[in-house]
Every structure is written in C-alpha cells, then in structure tokens.
Write a protein that binds this ligand. Structure first.
Ligand SMILES: NC(=O)c1ccc[n+]([C@@H]2O[C@H](COP(=O)([O-])OP(=O)(O)OC[C@H]3O[C@@H](n4cnc5c(N)ncnc54)[C@H](O)[C@@H]3O)[C@@H](O)[C@H]2O)c1
Length: 320
C-alpha cells in the first residue's frame, strides 16, 4: 500500500473540464438525494489568518480539503490561499492520496457555475459577461465554453490591465474588455471578484439574465446590489453556507433578503425535485460558496486517473 503525492504540476495534467463538470453534477444530485455527506465547514482563526476544514463524502469516495487564507502572505512571497486535499479509502480509511487543492478548487468552482448555467440560463444563451478577470474568470470562460456556444465574451476588471491580459490570453474566443455595465448585457454573467460592496447595480440587469455570484465566499463579501436578489429566482449551492458566507450573507444580516426567499438548492434542481428557470424573462441568480462534495468528487476523478496512468510520486506514509 502507498499514498500518492500529487503536486500542482501533476494536477494540471490530470484535470479535464468536461470530466469535472460530469462528476460535480453527479455530486450535487447525490447530495440532494441523501447519498452524499457534508458536515459544516470548520473555521480556525490564527493571528495572521484562518484555516478551514471541509470534509465530504460522495458514493465511493471520502476526503477533506484543508485550506488557509492569510491576506498578508504576499509579503512572504506566498499565495494568500493554499490548500491540500486528503483523500482516503472509505472502506478501510487508508490515506490514498494527498494532493494540491488549488487547481481542483479552480476547476470545480467553474464547473459548478457552468452546471448552474446549464439548468438556469436560457438554453439559447450565447454571450458571457465576466466581472473580474482573475483565475476564476479564466476557468469560468473554459467551463462555459464546454457547455455553451459562446459568440461574445465581455470582461470587466477594476484593473484595466488585468482585463486586457485576459483578452490576449484567449485569442480563440471573441473576448472584449468593457465596462461592468456593458458586461452585464450578456445572457450569462459571472461575478468573480473579492468585493465587499456591490459591484453590480440592479438597474444594469436585463430580464432573462442568469448570474453566477461566485466571489462572495466568506462573511462580509458581496457583489450584487440586494435589489437584484429581490426580483430574481435565487438558487444556492447550500442554504446554511450561503446564509453564512455567500452572496446573500450581507442582505440576510441587514434584513434585505430572507432565507425563505431562496427558491431551491442547485442539487434539488439537478435531481429534478424543483424546477429551474420558469420563463425567458425571469432573472436567475446562483449563489456559489464552494462545497466539499465538489472537491471530493474532483479528487476521486484525479486519483483514479493518476493510478491508471502511474508514474506519480508515492510514499509508504503510515508504514502499514
Ligand atoms: N464560490 C466559490 O466556490 C469560490 C471558489 C474560489 C474562489 N472564490 C472567490 O472568487 C473570487 C475571485 O477569485 P480568483 O481566484 O479569481 O481571484 P483573483 O485574485 O485571481 O482575481 C480577482 C480579480 O478581481 C478583480 N477585482 C477586485 N475587485 C474588483 C471590483 N470591485 N470590480 C471588478 N474587479 C475587481 C481583481 O483586480 C482581480 O483581477 C474571490 O473572492 C474568491 O474568494 C469563490
């Protein structure tokens, strides 16, 4: 027996967006039908940041993401967020793999938004608006291109140089750097910033738009004016996490949006227990906070592929 050690370099060669979309969609269905488990995230505060433990189990796979947020890390030449996934055998508990979590997080987050768009956006959607031009924006373009035929992509970033670099990075797509308001005139919009005050105004949102609100994944973060939520069909990845740390966390705290206004969880919609989009005019919002089941489903995919390919670093970690 051995434990695989999969580095970020290894992960880059093992992840495939269409495959991740497939396993993450199944994990949402399993969660909604009681076949997956996900206890609440555990937060641990330390002097200069915090740690989060995210355990989860999907049929045949169990694991935990252990991830930090240290905002001052750039002074040390280190990323703010680093993480590993511990992946174990559900039958014996044996530690099958320890893997870097950055790429898995990037892929599974974008895959989840594309799944939400598949169920909630108008089926004929052809344009994508991206607010924020960082890592997640790159992944969201790829995940949506895996499901939709994209004629036009508009990107806005508070740093114009980031939006310009994004345009140059994707010559194969029709990408334009625009204002935030122009980017909102798209069939599907993804908000992908660390903003703590709304960057999207309610007056910019056109009927029929689907918005994936992804940036707000911690208490105090917020990207949409609350008026958008009040006129939209709001779907969350997980009710408790969304109220605590998602796009709706601030409006709920401020009494501007009630938990009872949530239409459904994404899993309920994927499982067919609740309908998604009702008509071509309704605005839909998916509030993404990021779930452990998404990580475990993607980790399983990567682990099984790595075992099949062979040649990866492994150690006799526990000497059994
Ligand atoms: N929901 C989830 O599952 C999930 C998962 C991963 C990351 N996230 C969140 O998504 C956000 C983006 O992550 P990332 O890895 O792409 O970060 P990143 O740092 O690579 O990119 C963020 C981009 O947003 C831009 N930006 C900042 N404030 C802005 C504003 N007010 N208006 C427009 N642009 C602005 C920055 O210039 C930067 O280019 C973060 O808040 C992160 O915590 C959520």
């Amino acid at each position: 027996m051995d434990t695989l050690l999969l580095t970020s370099n290894d992960l880059a060669g093992l992840l495939d967006m269409k495959e991740v979309i497939g396993v993450v969609e199944q994990s949402f269905k399993d969660y909604a039908t009681g076949k997956a488990q996900m206890p609440s995230k555990v937060y641990l505060r330390v002097e200069k940041g915090d740690f989060r433990a995210m355990p989860g189990a999907v049929p045949g796979a169990v694991g935990m993401k252990w991830v930090n947020v240290h905002p001052l890390n750039r002074n040390l030449g280190l990323p703010t967020v680093m993480g590993i996934i511990l992946y174990s055998d559900p039958h014996s508990g044996y530690p099958l793999a320890i893997m870097d979590a950055a790429d898995i997080t990037a892929y599974r987050t974008a895959a989840t938004s594309a799944i939400a768009s598949k169920y909630l956006a108008r089926p004929e959607s052809r344009s994508l608006g991206l607010i924020g031009a960082g890592r997640q924006a790159h992944m969201h373009l790829l995940s949506h291109a895996a499901i939709f035929t994209l004629d036009a992509v508009k990107v806005y970033d508070v740093r114009p140089e980031a939006a310009e670099a994004f345009v140059r990075h994707f010559p194969q797509f029709n990408v334009k750097s625009t204002s935030a308001e122009e980017a909102l005139a798209s069939d599907i919009v993804c908000t992908l910033t660390p903003a703590t005050a709304p960057v999207v105004k309610a007056s910019w949102v056109k009927p029929g738009t689907h918005i994936n609100a992804v940036g707000a994944d911690a208490p105090g973060k917020e990207e949409l004016e609350p008026g958008i939520l009040n006129r939209a069909r709001v779907v969350v990845d997980d009710v408790a996490q969304a109220c605590h740390a998602g796009e709706i966390n601030m409006p709920v705290r401020q009494g501007l949006f009630r938990k009872e206004q949530i239409w459904a969880s994404l899993g309920e919609i994927v499982a067919g227990a609740r309908p998604g989009r009702p008509d071509a005019q309704t605005v839909t919002v998916f509030d993404s906070t990021g779930l452990a089941i998404e990580d475990v489903a993607a980790a399983r995919l990567v682990y099984e592929k790595a075992r099949k390919r062979g040649g990866y670093l492994s150690v006799d970690l526990i000497g059994a």
